[in-house]
Design a protein around this ligand. Structure first.
Ligand code: PMP
Ligand code: GLN
Length: 385
């Protein structure tokens, strides 16, 4: 007989398992084409694997420095200097993390005190609010309105109080594909001017911006850079979401606090993988080619779904496409995706999962980071509805 378990007092009583895990599991059980959780179904280049193997055999298998291997930090600093004119000192202002999720969590844990308010924009990536609440912070939500999901500066201004410690932004935006403009960053700079608010800028899709637009990194704008913790992820950029390696850029004063927490929640990140990534970054076309690569997939997917009853929302970046299914069903989005997965054989993410109140506009998210054959198989099923 198993012993009766102690009943813990949950720190996150309203949180279940993330929607991405739930939907990928359902897709697997149903044998559905999985366009739910965001990850590619194709492989990275063998050269990257060869470099990992090289460094393992070369004996680079022990702890790297806490902030990351110098070669990788230097490659990251050189990239953002070249792309955004942003100067970060690899020694004190760049830290390698175990993916963006750990970076975001650590930034919040390092800077948010109990009772501090943190502004987030909804729909919001699912890890932000639990990270805030675990620190005793208070999430303050401001809506982004369909179909363009532009920031509402009047509503944002109204959300700022003397207790606001942080604002968390995400461009290009998951799940909507919205991309902030230079004017948006200027408005953000004005919003926080004269305050001690820290901006956490989730830029994991920095290299996936379409139609000739440019990514507006907070690093590009010196007044924002001075108060920003910028987060990115090699998972998205090099098709290796399972490796869980990312990085953070921040001015030294903020980075000191970030590293105080980082050293006690992961300490540091896989040595041979860091060295391989430093080698891989040497050729800039590997990340600079990503926008065209994914734009072709976006265009293929949108065109194929043109023959369906789904109504496609704009997609300016990321590898996600939002689609309204209002012409197909008036079921809630959670029931709709379950039916789509189990009966039609295509898995998607219900956008209500990105809203604290389950707000449901009958919109689902499809991931198009897939081979053309996968997208074609999904579209055939979706067009038959
Ligand atoms: N932020 C956003 C907006 C994301 O979409 C994701 C992952 N898809 C992450 C953070 C987490 O990235 P990582 O896998 O590097 O932890
Ligand atoms: N960020 C990925 C997505 O949006 C999922 C990451 C995860 O499963 N936590 O689909």
């Amino acid at each position: 007989m198993p012993h009766a378990a102690v009943m813990p007092r949950s720190r996150l009583p309203r949180v279940g398992t993330t929607i991405f895990t739930v939907m990928s599991r359902m897709a697997h059980e149903a044998g559905a084409v999985n366009l739910s959780q965001g990850y590619p179904d194709f492989n990275a280049e063998p050269f990257l694997f060869d470099r990992v193997s090289h460094w393992m055999h070369a004996g680079m298998n022990q702890y790297p420095p806490m902030a990351g291997m110098p070669a990788l930090r230097e490659a990251i600093a050189a990239k953002v200097s070249h792309l955004y004119g942003a100067e970060y000192d690899p020694e004190t202002e760049v830290t390698v993390t175990a993916g963006a999720t750990q970076a975001l969590f650590t930034a919040v844990a390092a800077l948010v005190h109990p009772g501090d308010e943190v502004v987030v924009l909804e729909p919001v990536y699912d890890s932000y609010v639990p990270a805030i609440e675990l620190q005793g912070g208070i999430p303050v939500r401001v809506s982004l309105a369909a179909p363009h999901y532009r920031p509402d500066w009047t509503a944002l201004r109204a959300a700022i109080t003397p207790r606001t410690r942080m604002i968390m932004i995400n461009t290009p935006h998951n799940p909507t594909g919205a991309v902030w403009t230079e004017d948006d960053l200027r408005a953000l700079a004005q919003l926080v001017d004269g305050t001690d608010i820290v901006v956490v800028s989730d830029e994991v899709y920095e290299h996936i911006v379409f139609d000739g637009a440019r990514h507006e990194s907070c690093g590009r704008h010196s007044d924002l850079a001075a108060r920003s913790i910028i987060v990115s992820s090699f998972g998205k950029t090099y098709h290796i979401t399972g490796w869980k390696v990312g990085y953070v850029l921040a001015p030294a004063e903020l980075m000191v606090e970030f590293r105080k927490v980082h050293q006690f929640n992961v300490f540091t990140v896989n040595t041979p993988v860091q060295l391989a990534l430093a080698d891989y970054m040497e050729r800039a076309e590997r990340h600079l080619g990503l926008a065209a690569f994914y734009q072709a997939k976006r265009d293929y997917f949108r065109e194929a779904l043109g023959a369906s009853k789904f109504d496609l929302l704009p997609c300016g970046g990321t590898y996600f496409q939002l689609a309204s299914y209002a012409a197909l069903s008036d079921e809630p989005d959670t029931s709709f995706v379950e039916w789509l997965t189990r009966t039609v054989g295509v898995a998607a993410i219900p956008v209500s999962a990105f809203h604290h109140d389950g707000r449901d506009a009958h919109v689902v998210r499809f991931c198009f980071a897939k081979d053309e054959a996968t997208l074609a198989a999904a579209c055939e099923r979706l067009c038959a509805l």
